[in-house]
Design a protein around this ligand. Structure first.
Ligand code: WQD
Length: 339
Protein backbone atom coordinates (compact mmCIF):
# COMPACT_ATOMS: atom_id res chain seq x y z
CA UNK A 1 0.00 0.00 0.00
CA UNK A 2 1.17 3.57 -0.52
CA UNK A 3 0.19 7.07 0.54
CA UNK A 4 -0.40 10.07 -1.72
CA UNK A 5 1.01 13.26 -0.17
CA UNK A 6 -0.38 16.38 -1.84
CA UNK A 7 1.87 19.40 -1.33
CA UNK A 8 4.63 17.00 -0.30
CA UNK A 9 7.42 19.35 -1.35
CA UNK A 10 6.24 22.02 1.08
CA UNK A 11 7.43 22.80 4.60
CA UNK A 12 5.15 20.42 6.52
CA UNK A 13 4.60 18.06 3.59
CA UNK A 14 8.31 17.34 3.12
CA UNK A 15 8.85 16.68 6.82
CA UNK A 16 5.82 14.37 6.78
CA UNK A 17 7.10 12.52 3.71
CA UNK A 18 10.38 11.88 5.57
CA UNK A 19 8.58 10.46 8.61
CA UNK A 20 6.31 8.23 6.49
CA UNK A 21 9.24 6.90 4.45
CA UNK A 22 11.28 6.31 7.61
CA UNK A 23 8.28 4.41 9.00
CA UNK A 24 8.33 2.10 5.96
CA UNK A 25 5.54 3.62 3.89
CA UNK A 26 5.81 3.96 0.12
CA UNK A 27 4.82 7.49 -0.78
CA UNK A 28 3.70 9.26 -3.94
CA UNK A 29 4.26 13.00 -3.76
CA UNK A 30 2.44 15.57 -5.85
CA UNK A 31 3.21 19.28 -5.82
CA UNK A 32 2.88 22.21 -8.22
CA UNK A 33 5.91 24.04 -6.73
CA UNK A 34 3.85 27.21 -6.20
CA UNK A 35 5.35 27.49 -2.70
CA UNK A 36 8.22 25.00 -2.83
CA UNK A 37 11.24 24.02 -4.93
CA UNK A 38 12.23 20.81 -6.81
CA UNK A 39 15.45 20.56 -4.79
CA UNK A 40 13.32 19.54 -1.78
CA UNK A 41 12.72 16.20 -3.47
CA UNK A 42 16.46 15.53 -3.59
CA UNK A 43 16.80 16.53 0.06
CA UNK A 44 14.03 14.05 1.05
CA UNK A 45 15.89 11.29 -0.80
CA UNK A 46 19.18 12.33 0.85
CA UNK A 47 17.65 12.22 4.34
CA UNK A 48 15.81 8.92 3.93
CA UNK A 49 18.06 7.13 1.46
CA UNK A 50 14.87 6.06 -0.27
CA UNK A 51 13.18 6.88 -3.56
CA UNK A 52 9.57 7.77 -4.20
CA UNK A 53 7.33 8.67 -7.11
CA UNK A 54 6.73 12.34 -7.82
CA UNK A 55 4.16 14.12 -9.97
CA UNK A 56 4.33 17.82 -10.77
CA UNK A 57 0.61 18.45 -10.72
CA UNK A 58 -1.96 20.97 -9.65
CA UNK A 59 -4.94 20.15 -7.42
CA UNK A 60 -7.21 21.86 -9.95
CA UNK A 61 -6.11 19.48 -12.72
CA UNK A 62 -8.59 16.59 -12.35
CA UNK A 63 -7.04 14.65 -15.25
CA UNK A 64 -3.61 14.80 -13.59
CA UNK A 65 -5.08 13.56 -10.31
CA UNK A 66 -6.89 10.72 -12.11
CA UNK A 67 -3.60 9.75 -13.77
CA UNK A 68 -1.85 9.57 -10.41
CA UNK A 69 -4.48 7.15 -9.04
CA UNK A 70 -4.63 5.14 -12.28
CA UNK A 71 -0.84 4.76 -12.44
CA UNK A 72 -0.58 3.97 -8.71
CA UNK A 73 -3.46 1.62 -7.83
CA UNK A 74 -1.62 0.74 -4.61
CA UNK A 75 -2.45 4.20 -3.17
CA UNK A 76 -4.94 3.58 -0.37
CA UNK A 77 -4.84 6.91 1.48
CA UNK A 78 -4.00 10.56 1.10
CA UNK A 79 -2.33 13.17 3.32
CA UNK A 80 -3.66 16.44 1.96
CA UNK A 81 -1.42 19.50 2.45
CA UNK A 82 -1.61 21.25 -0.92
CA UNK A 83 -3.06 24.72 -0.62
CA UNK A 84 -2.31 28.43 -0.40
CA UNK A 85 -1.58 29.39 3.22
CA UNK A 86 -0.59 33.03 3.66
CA UNK A 87 -3.14 34.72 5.91
CA UNK A 88 -2.43 38.28 4.80
CA UNK A 89 -2.32 37.35 1.11
CA UNK A 90 -5.68 35.60 1.41
CA UNK A 91 -7.31 38.88 2.43
CA UNK A 92 -6.19 40.53 -0.81
CA UNK A 93 -6.73 37.44 -3.02
CA UNK A 94 -9.90 35.69 -1.78
CA UNK A 95 -10.94 34.31 -5.18
CA UNK A 96 -7.61 32.57 -5.68
CA UNK A 97 -7.68 31.18 -2.13
CA UNK A 98 -11.25 29.82 -2.31
CA UNK A 99 -10.72 28.43 -5.80
CA UNK A 100 -7.36 26.82 -5.15
CA UNK A 101 -8.02 25.47 -1.66
CA UNK A 102 -11.73 24.63 -1.74
CA UNK A 103 -12.27 23.71 -5.40
CA UNK A 104 -8.94 21.87 -5.36
CA UNK A 105 -9.98 19.79 -2.35
CA UNK A 106 -13.32 18.96 -4.02
CA UNK A 107 -11.49 17.80 -7.14
CA UNK A 108 -9.14 15.70 -5.01
CA UNK A 109 -11.98 14.06 -3.06
CA UNK A 110 -13.92 13.35 -6.27
CA UNK A 111 -10.89 11.69 -7.86
CA UNK A 112 -10.28 9.70 -4.67
CA UNK A 113 -13.92 8.54 -4.64
CA UNK A 114 -13.83 7.47 -8.28
CA UNK A 115 -10.69 5.43 -7.59
CA UNK A 116 -11.95 3.88 -4.38
CA UNK A 117 -9.55 5.76 -2.12
CA UNK A 118 -11.56 6.91 0.90
CA UNK A 119 -8.98 7.53 3.62
CA UNK A 120 -7.65 11.06 4.12
CA UNK A 121 -5.72 13.07 6.71
CA UNK A 122 -6.47 16.75 6.18
CA UNK A 123 -4.14 19.62 7.03
CA UNK A 124 -6.40 22.05 8.84
CA UNK A 125 -5.42 24.89 11.15
CA UNK A 126 -6.16 26.44 14.53
CA UNK A 127 -7.25 29.42 12.48
CA UNK A 128 -10.65 27.73 12.17
CA UNK A 129 -11.27 28.75 15.80
CA UNK A 130 -10.84 32.45 15.01
CA UNK A 131 -10.58 34.47 18.21
CA UNK A 132 -10.98 31.64 20.74
CA UNK A 133 -13.60 32.04 23.47
CA UNK A 134 -11.15 30.46 25.89
CA UNK A 135 -7.67 28.97 25.99
CA UNK A 136 -6.35 26.30 25.98
CA UNK A 137 -8.50 25.39 22.99
CA UNK A 138 -10.33 22.06 22.86
CA UNK A 139 -11.62 20.42 19.64
CA UNK A 140 -15.16 21.11 20.90
CA UNK A 141 -14.54 24.88 20.74
CA UNK A 142 -16.63 26.94 18.35
CA UNK A 143 -15.40 26.78 14.76
CA UNK A 144 -16.27 29.05 11.92
CA UNK A 145 -15.44 32.60 12.80
CA UNK A 146 -12.07 32.60 11.07
CA UNK A 147 -10.69 36.10 10.67
CA UNK A 148 -9.47 35.69 7.08
CA UNK A 149 -10.25 33.89 3.81
CA UNK A 150 -7.40 31.41 4.36
CA UNK A 151 -8.96 30.29 7.62
CA UNK A 152 -12.39 30.21 6.00
CA UNK A 153 -11.11 27.82 3.34
CA UNK A 154 -10.08 25.44 6.13
CA UNK A 155 -13.52 25.79 7.74
CA UNK A 156 -15.21 25.05 4.40
CA UNK A 157 -13.02 22.04 3.61
CA UNK A 158 -13.69 20.62 7.08
CA UNK A 159 -17.43 21.01 6.37
CA UNK A 160 -17.05 19.35 2.95
CA UNK A 161 -15.23 16.39 4.51
CA UNK A 162 -17.93 16.03 7.15
CA UNK A 163 -20.68 16.02 4.51
CA UNK A 164 -18.72 13.50 2.41
CA UNK A 165 -18.53 11.22 5.44
CA UNK A 166 -22.27 11.63 6.13
CA UNK A 167 -22.98 10.67 2.51
CA UNK A 168 -20.68 7.63 2.56
CA UNK A 169 -19.63 6.07 5.83
CA UNK A 170 -16.85 4.14 4.10
CA UNK A 171 -14.70 7.27 4.31
CA UNK A 172 -12.03 7.47 7.01
CA UNK A 173 -11.17 11.10 7.77
CA UNK A 174 -8.71 12.62 10.27
CA UNK A 175 -8.73 16.42 10.50
CA UNK A 176 -5.60 17.86 12.12
CA UNK A 177 -5.82 21.45 13.36
CA UNK A 178 -2.23 22.68 13.50
CA UNK A 179 -1.13 25.44 15.80
CA UNK A 180 2.14 27.15 14.85
CA UNK A 181 4.63 24.86 13.06
CA UNK A 182 8.29 25.93 13.40
CA UNK A 183 11.76 24.39 13.34
CA UNK A 184 13.30 21.97 10.85
CA UNK A 185 14.62 18.44 10.42
CA UNK A 186 17.78 17.90 12.50
CA UNK A 187 19.82 17.41 9.31
CA UNK A 188 19.25 21.03 8.34
CA UNK A 189 18.48 19.80 4.81
CA UNK A 190 14.80 20.71 4.82
CA UNK A 191 13.07 23.60 6.54
CA UNK A 192 10.79 26.59 6.24
CA UNK A 193 11.47 28.62 3.09
CA UNK A 194 8.73 31.24 2.67
CA UNK A 195 8.49 33.13 -0.62
CA UNK A 196 9.79 36.68 -0.18
CA UNK A 197 9.51 38.46 3.17
CA UNK A 198 8.26 35.99 5.81
CA UNK A 199 4.75 36.50 7.18
CA UNK A 200 5.35 34.18 10.12
CA UNK A 201 7.37 34.96 13.24
CA UNK A 202 10.01 32.22 13.33
CA UNK A 203 11.36 32.55 9.78
CA UNK A 204 11.50 36.30 10.35
CA UNK A 205 13.50 35.79 13.56
CA UNK A 206 15.94 33.37 11.88
CA UNK A 207 16.62 35.85 9.07
CA UNK A 208 17.10 38.82 11.41
CA UNK A 209 19.48 36.77 13.57
CA UNK A 210 21.57 35.96 10.49
CA UNK A 211 21.50 39.55 9.24
CA UNK A 212 19.37 38.67 6.20
CA UNK A 213 16.70 41.12 7.46
CA UNK A 214 17.46 44.27 9.49
CA UNK A 215 14.93 44.14 12.33
CA UNK A 216 11.90 42.24 13.60
CA UNK A 217 8.70 44.27 14.01
CA UNK A 218 6.83 43.01 17.06
CA UNK A 219 3.16 43.48 16.24
CA UNK A 220 1.85 45.05 19.42
CA UNK A 221 2.75 44.83 23.10
CA UNK A 222 -0.62 45.90 24.47
CA UNK A 223 -2.38 42.53 24.40
CA UNK A 224 -3.79 40.97 27.54
CA UNK A 225 -0.86 38.56 27.91
CA UNK A 226 2.00 38.22 30.42
CA UNK A 227 4.23 40.65 28.51
CA UNK A 228 1.71 42.30 26.19
CA UNK A 229 2.88 40.49 23.04
CA UNK A 230 0.94 37.78 21.20
CA UNK A 231 0.98 34.26 22.65
CA UNK A 232 0.97 31.19 20.39
CA UNK A 233 1.44 27.42 20.59
CA UNK A 234 4.63 26.77 18.61
CA UNK A 235 5.11 23.13 17.65
CA UNK A 236 8.18 21.49 16.13
CA UNK A 237 7.47 20.51 12.53
CA UNK A 238 8.88 17.01 13.13
CA UNK A 239 6.42 16.49 16.00
CA UNK A 240 3.69 17.69 13.68
CA UNK A 241 4.84 15.31 10.93
CA UNK A 242 4.74 12.37 13.34
CA UNK A 243 1.18 13.29 14.31
CA UNK A 244 0.14 12.50 10.71
CA UNK A 245 1.49 8.97 11.03
CA UNK A 246 -0.54 8.43 14.20
CA UNK A 247 -3.63 10.04 12.69
CA UNK A 248 -3.55 7.82 9.59
CA UNK A 249 -2.96 4.65 11.58
CA UNK A 250 -5.78 5.57 13.95
CA UNK A 251 -8.43 6.44 11.36
CA UNK A 252 -7.63 3.33 9.27
CA UNK A 253 -8.54 1.15 12.23
CA UNK A 254 -11.18 3.27 13.99
CA UNK A 255 -12.86 4.50 10.78
CA UNK A 256 -15.21 7.49 10.78
CA UNK A 257 -14.24 11.16 11.00
CA UNK A 258 -12.42 12.86 13.87
CA UNK A 259 -10.69 16.14 14.72
CA UNK A 260 -7.46 16.74 16.62
CA UNK A 261 -5.64 19.81 17.87
CA UNK A 262 -1.95 19.34 17.15
CA UNK A 263 -0.03 21.61 19.50
CA UNK A 264 2.17 21.37 22.57
CA UNK A 265 -0.31 22.99 24.96
CA UNK A 266 2.33 25.59 25.85
CA UNK A 267 1.85 29.24 24.94
CA UNK A 268 4.88 31.44 24.26
CA UNK A 269 4.80 35.18 23.55
CA UNK A 270 6.68 36.90 20.75
CA UNK A 271 9.25 38.22 23.23
CA UNK A 272 9.53 34.74 24.82
CA UNK A 273 10.50 33.42 21.37
CA UNK A 274 12.98 36.23 20.74
CA UNK A 275 14.67 35.68 24.12
CA UNK A 276 14.73 31.88 23.67
CA UNK A 277 16.23 32.21 20.21
CA UNK A 278 18.97 34.52 21.46
CA UNK A 279 19.78 32.21 24.40
CA UNK A 280 19.86 29.05 22.27
CA UNK A 281 21.84 30.47 19.34
CA UNK A 282 23.92 33.21 20.98
CA UNK A 283 22.72 35.46 18.16
CA UNK A 284 21.09 38.88 18.62
CA UNK A 285 17.55 39.43 17.36
CA UNK A 286 17.10 43.15 16.81
CA UNK A 287 13.45 44.18 17.21
CA UNK A 288 11.13 47.11 17.64
CA UNK A 289 7.60 47.27 18.98
CA UNK A 290 5.07 48.48 16.38
CA UNK A 291 1.27 48.50 16.12
CA UNK A 292 -0.91 45.41 16.15
CA UNK A 293 -1.35 43.38 12.94
CA UNK A 294 -5.01 43.32 11.79
CA UNK A 295 -6.63 39.91 12.39
CA UNK A 296 -4.24 38.83 15.14
CA UNK A 297 -5.65 37.39 18.35
CA UNK A 298 -4.02 37.91 21.76
CA UNK A 299 -3.60 34.30 22.77
CA UNK A 300 -4.03 30.97 21.00
CA UNK A 301 -2.76 27.63 22.28
CA UNK A 302 -4.02 24.07 22.28
CA UNK A 303 -5.37 21.59 24.77
CA UNK A 304 -3.60 18.63 23.07
CA UNK A 305 -5.00 16.01 25.45
CA UNK A 306 -7.34 14.42 22.90
CA UNK A 307 -4.49 13.66 20.47
CA UNK A 308 -2.53 12.14 23.34
CA UNK A 309 -5.51 10.10 24.58
CA UNK A 310 -6.87 8.93 21.22
CA UNK A 311 -3.86 8.95 18.88
CA UNK A 312 -1.19 8.16 21.43
CA UNK A 313 0.68 11.24 20.14
CA UNK A 314 2.36 13.96 22.21
CA UNK A 315 4.85 16.63 21.19
CA UNK A 316 8.39 15.64 22.20
CA UNK A 317 10.37 18.76 21.27
CA UNK A 318 10.38 22.02 23.23
CA UNK A 319 11.26 25.63 22.48
CA UNK A 320 15.01 24.95 22.71
CA UNK A 321 14.92 22.31 19.95
CA UNK A 322 12.60 24.47 17.87
CA UNK A 323 15.06 27.40 18.00
CA UNK A 324 18.13 25.18 17.60
CA UNK A 325 16.78 23.36 14.53
CA UNK A 326 15.35 26.50 12.90
CA UNK A 327 18.74 28.18 13.27
CA UNK A 328 20.62 25.18 11.86
CA UNK A 329 18.36 25.14 8.78
CA UNK A 330 18.72 28.88 8.19
CA UNK A 331 22.48 28.85 8.80
CA UNK A 332 23.01 25.96 6.36
CA UNK A 333 20.60 27.52 3.86
CA UNK A 334 20.94 31.31 4.23
CA UNK A 335 18.88 31.83 1.06
CA UNK A 336 16.57 28.90 1.67
CA UNK A 337 16.45 26.40 -1.17
CA UNK A 338 17.95 28.99 -3.52
CA UNK A 339 21.24 28.72 -1.59
C1 WQD B 1 2.77 34.58 15.48
C2 WQD B 1 2.89 35.75 16.45
C3 WQD B 1 2.16 37.83 15.52
C4 WQD B 1 5.40 38.07 12.53
C5 WQD B 1 -0.56 32.00 11.17
C6 WQD B 1 -1.78 31.38 10.56
C7 WQD B 1 -1.85 29.94 10.93
C8 WQD B 1 -0.57 29.25 10.54
C9 WQD B 1 0.58 29.92 11.26
C10 WQD B 1 -0.82 28.37 8.32
C11 WQD B 1 1.70 36.69 16.40
C12 WQD B 1 3.66 37.87 15.82
C13 WQD B 1 4.57 37.65 13.55
C14 WQD B 1 6.17 39.24 12.71
C15 WQD B 1 5.26 39.49 14.92
N1 WQD B 1 -0.38 29.32 9.14
N2 WQD B 1 4.51 38.34 14.73
N3 WQD B 1 6.07 39.91 13.91
O1 WQD B 1 -0.57 34.51 12.85
O2 WQD B 1 -0.30 32.92 14.83
O3 WQD B 1 -0.69 31.99 12.57
O4 WQD B 1 0.59 31.28 10.81
O5 WQD B 1 -1.36 27.34 8.60
O6 WQD B 1 -2.93 29.36 10.24
O7 WQD B 1 -2.92 32.05 11.09
O8 WQD B 1 1.49 33.05 13.08
O9 WQD B 1 3.90 33.48 12.93
O10 WQD B 1 2.31 35.05 11.71
O11 WQD B 1 2.45 35.13 14.20
O12 WQD B 1 5.17 40.12 15.99
O13 WQD B 1 6.94 39.71 11.82
O14 WQD B 1 4.02 36.52 16.08
O15 WQD B 1 1.55 39.06 15.87
O16 WQD B 1 1.48 37.17 17.71
P1 WQD B 1 -0.07 33.23 13.40
P2 WQD B 1 2.59 34.19 12.90
Amino acid sequence: MSVLITGGAGFIGSHTAVEFMNAGYDVVIMDNFSNSKPVVLDRIKEITGKDFKFYKADLLDAAALDRIFEENPEIDSCIHFAGLKAVGESVSMPIEYYHNNVTGSLILCDSMRRHGVKTIVFSSSATVYGAPDEVPIKESARVGNATNPYGETKVMIERILKDIYVSDKEWNISVLRYFNPVGAHASGLIGEDPNGIPNNLMPYITKVALGKLPQLSVFGNDYDTHDGTGVRDYIHVVDLAKAHLKALEYIKSAHGIDYFNIGTGNGYSVLDMVKAYEQVTGLKVNYKIVGRRPGDVASCYADPSKAERVLGWKAEYGIVEMCRDANRWQTKNPNGYDS
